[in-house]
Design a binder for this molecule. Structure first.
Ligand code: UD2
Ligand code: MN
Length: 361
C-alpha cells in the first residue's frame, strides 16, 4: 500500500513541494495566533498604544553601546535616523528590538566605573551623537539631597539609555543645601532656569532620582502640544496609575509648556501635594496631561524610607484646593534663590542652591 507520503513525493512531484506547503501552513497559523493575541491585549488596554512588551525577557542597558565610535567633523553630520538603530540588536542574522531592560539595585556602581562605561559623555554630563545630528535636545533635571547611592544608580542606567536613543542631552542635578525642609518643585524651577542658560532645550525631563526606566522605547522626548506624564506604570503602584490626575515621578514638558503653567509651585515644603498642584495648573492653563502608554512607561523605584527633612507637608490638601488662585503668582515669575555652585562634573552638571536655614513655613 502506498502511504500519503509516497503519494505526495514521487519523481514527478518532489518532496520539496510538501515541505513548502507545510511551511506556508505554519506561517498562516503564526499570523492567526498573533492577531488573536493582539486583539486580546487591545481589549485589556483600550488606549494603550505602547505595543506589547514581554518584561520577563530583559536586556542589558549597555547593549550596543560599544558600537558608538568617535565621530567625524561635526559640520558634515546628517540627521539621525527617525528610529535609533541602537535600539535593536542582531542575533543569528535576525534583528530584534531591545525594549525591556535588566535593572538590579543589588550593587551600587562607583562613579569611575560609570565614567568608564560611558566614554562619550562629556563634562557636565553632556552628550551629542558623534555620527549624526540628533532630532531632539533633552535636559534631564533631578532634584536632590542626601541620595548619592540613588544618584549613582540613576546615572549608571540613564546615560546608556539616552545615548542609545541618539538624543542630544545633559543631566542636571539640582542640589538643595542647608537644613531647610526639602522643596522638590522649587528645585526643579531652579533647574529649568539654569539649564535654559546653557542651551535652547527642546524638552525638559523632571526626574526623581530613584526612578529607573525599564523600557528603552520609552523615548525621552516631549509631546509638542501637551505636558507628558512619563512614569505612568511604576512597580511601587503595581504598574498601574494610582489615580487619574497623578503627575508624580517623571514628567516631560517643553520650555514653552513649562512657562505657560508658570513652572512649578515654590511654596510646597516637604513631602507631597506639589505633583497635584502641577497637574491642576496644567488644566488651568488650558492644556491637558497626556501619558506614556502604561505598557511602555514601566519604572522601577529604588526602595527607600522617608527622608529626614522631607516630612509630610501637612498643608498640602489646603494648598491644592487653591491652585486656581495661586498658580499665576507662585512659580517661575516669583522664584528667588541663591546659587552657591555650578560645577561641570564628569557625569552631570551640579547646581547647588540654598533655600535658607530657617524651619519650614
Ligand atoms: C512621590 C513622587 C514624587 C513626588 C513625591 C512627593 C513617585 C514615584 N514620586 O515620591 O515625584 O511627587 O511623591 O513630594 O510617586 N529627594 C531627595 N532627597 C530628599 C527627599 C527627596 O533627593 O531628602 C528627591 C529625590 O529626587 C526623590 C524625590 O525628591 O526621588 C521625591 O521624593 P521621595 O522619593 O522621597 O518621595 P516619593 O517616592 O514618595
Ligand atoms: Mn521615591
Amino acid at each position: 500500500m502506498r502511504t500519503a507520503m509516497t503519494r505526495l513525493c514521487s519523481p514527478s512531484r518532489p518532496c520539496s513541494l510538501l515541505v513548502l506547503a507545510l511551511l506556508q501552513l505554519a506561517f498562516v497559523l503564526f499570523l492567526y495566533r498573533r492577531s488573536l493575541s493582539n486583539s486580546f491585549t487591545s481589549l485589556l488596554y483600550e488606549d494603550d498604544h505602547g505595543g506589547h512588551w514581554d518584561y520577563t525577557k530583559t536586556h542589558d542597558v549597555y547593549t550596543n553601546l560599544s558600537l558608538i565610535t568617535p565621530g567625524p567633523d561635526r559640520e558634515t553630520l546628517v540627521q539621525c535616523p527617525a528610529q535609533s538603530p541602537l535600539l535593536e540588536y542582531t542575533f543569528l542574522l535576525s534583528t530584534f528590538t531591545v525594549g525591556p531592560l535588566t535593572i538590579s539595585f543589588q550593587k551600587i556602581p562607583i562613579m569611575s566605573k560609570i565614567e568608564r562605561k560611558n566614554p562619550y559623555v562629556k563634562s557636565g554630563g553632556r552628550y551629542t551623537p558623534p555620527h549624526c545630528k540628533a532630532w531632539y535636545k533633552t535636559a534631564i533635571l533631578v532634584p536632590h539631597r542626601n541620595r548619592e547611592p540613588h544618584l549613582r544608580q540613576l546615572l549608571y542606567y540613564l546615560h546608556p539609555f539616552l545615548q542609545r536613543q541618539q538624543l542630544q542631552y545633559a543631566i542636571y542635578v539640582i542640589h538643595q543645601t542647608g537644613n531647610r525642609t526639602f522643596n522638590r518643585a522649587k528645585l526643579l524651577n531652579v533647574g529649568v532656569r539654569e539649564a535654559l542658560k546653557d542651551e535652547d532645550w527642546d524638552c525638559l525631563f523632571l526626574h526623581d532620582v530613584d526612578l529607573i526606566p525599564e523600557n528603552d522605547h520609552n523615548l525621552y522626548v516631549c509631546n509638542k502640544r501637551y505636558p507628558k506624564h512619563v512614569s505612568s506604570a511604576m512597580n511601587k503602584f503595581k504598574y498601574r496609575l494610582p489615580y487619574r490626575m497623578y503627575f508624580g515621578g517623571v514628567s516631560a514638558l517643553t520650555p514653552d509648556q513649562y512657562m505657560r503653567i508658570n513652572g512649578f509651585p515654590n511654596t510646597y515644603w516637604g513631602w507631597g501635594g506639589e505633583d497635584d498642584d502641577i497637574s491642576a495648573r496644567i488644566y488651568f492653563a488650558g492644556m491637558k496631561i497626556i501619558r506614556t502608554p502604561l505598557s511602555l512607561g514601566h519604572y522601577k523605584m529604588i526602595t527607600h524610607s522617608m527622608d529626614v527633612g522631607n516630612e509630610k507637608n501637612e498643608k498640602r490638601f489646603d494648598m491644592v484646593v487653591k491652585v486656581s488662585k495661586s498658580w499665576r503668582s507662585d512659580g517661575m515669575n516669583s522664584i528667588n534663590y541663591s546659587l552657591l555652585k555650578r560645577e561641570e562634573l564628569p557625569l552631570y552638571t551640579n547646581i547647588t542652591v540654598d533655600f535658607g536655614n530657617s524651619p519650614s513655613v
